[in-house]
Design a protein around this ligand. Sequence first.
Ligand code: PEP
Ligand code: MN
Length: 337
Amino acid sequence: MLVVLKPQTPEATVADVGARLRMAGLAVHRTEHDGRVRFAAVGDLGAIDPKQVESWSGVESVAKLSKPFKLASRAFHPHDTVISVGRIAIGGPQIAVMAGPCSVEGEEQMFTIAKAVAEAGATVLRGGAFKPRTSPYAFQGLGEEGLKLMRRAADAYGLAVVSEVMEPDMVPLLARYSDILQIGARNMQNYALLRVVGHTEKPILLKRGLSSTIEEWLLSAEHIMARGNRQVMLCERGIRTFETYTRNTLDLNAVPVVKELSHLPVIVDPSHGVGIRNKVAPMARASIAAGADGVIVEVHHDPDRVLSDGAQSLYPEQFAEMVKQIRTIAEVVGRTV
Ligand code: PEP
Ligand code: MN
């Protein structure tokens, strides 16, 4: 249920409305829009009559939150969420450019790539230290050593860090080194993990599951938000379809659809979306044209010898060219890079 209060309602009255909703057994989440406090009251609504709530002091209107996701919905939070990460704001007019290797492999690799992507215009360095590999025999990541390396390389070039966390127990470790916690596609419905990151204050990059609908994806965001962490970015990274020429099918439909349904920033990962190096830049351009708030791209200076995802990694020069192109497209859609 969405409860909108009248403008300039005294704080004591606002608190009273919140308390009465809680007394009815509901979880209450607060936001503000157009000078009005808004409460999303979620849970079993059976014990409460909306007509009665409407008559409470300070209440302007009561409406049903009809979508299964509540806190992630535009109905609750009409304006775009903007997430601050260091000196950048994600979800505002500026497009976020995140780039780096699939996996952290070593010091020289991280510093070389961090320098290249920073010079080309990236503001966030990506890299996995704990890798969700389909095969148990493939490279699984450098662990904490990798996180330390990535942090140093990012700091040297003024970049923020995004890195994947795979297990609830590892969240504190990742949070120590990383500015954004990535939830990988394979873990989108790992509710134990979503619960733990929901209790942190770190921005979350929530990748769409390999075979997940948009509604399932938004409900996973809701799992995080219901625990208190509202700083969620949604990352479209391609879904499984019958098509086999590309690694996945990048669902760019999802960009305008999610932007309408939700106030959360949408980031597109064209690297995993297509899986083929020379198709990454075209899909990055298309992502920005479709209204994405940012892109996350795999970049490597020696992609023939990488330990994961070499075939989809851009050379630094290709990445620099891609950033120039998306800068032009950003201007057309009223954004900047
Ligand atoms: C990655 O970012 O390298 C990764 C494993 O992504 P995804 O979870 O989208 O497959
Ligand atoms: Mn990868």
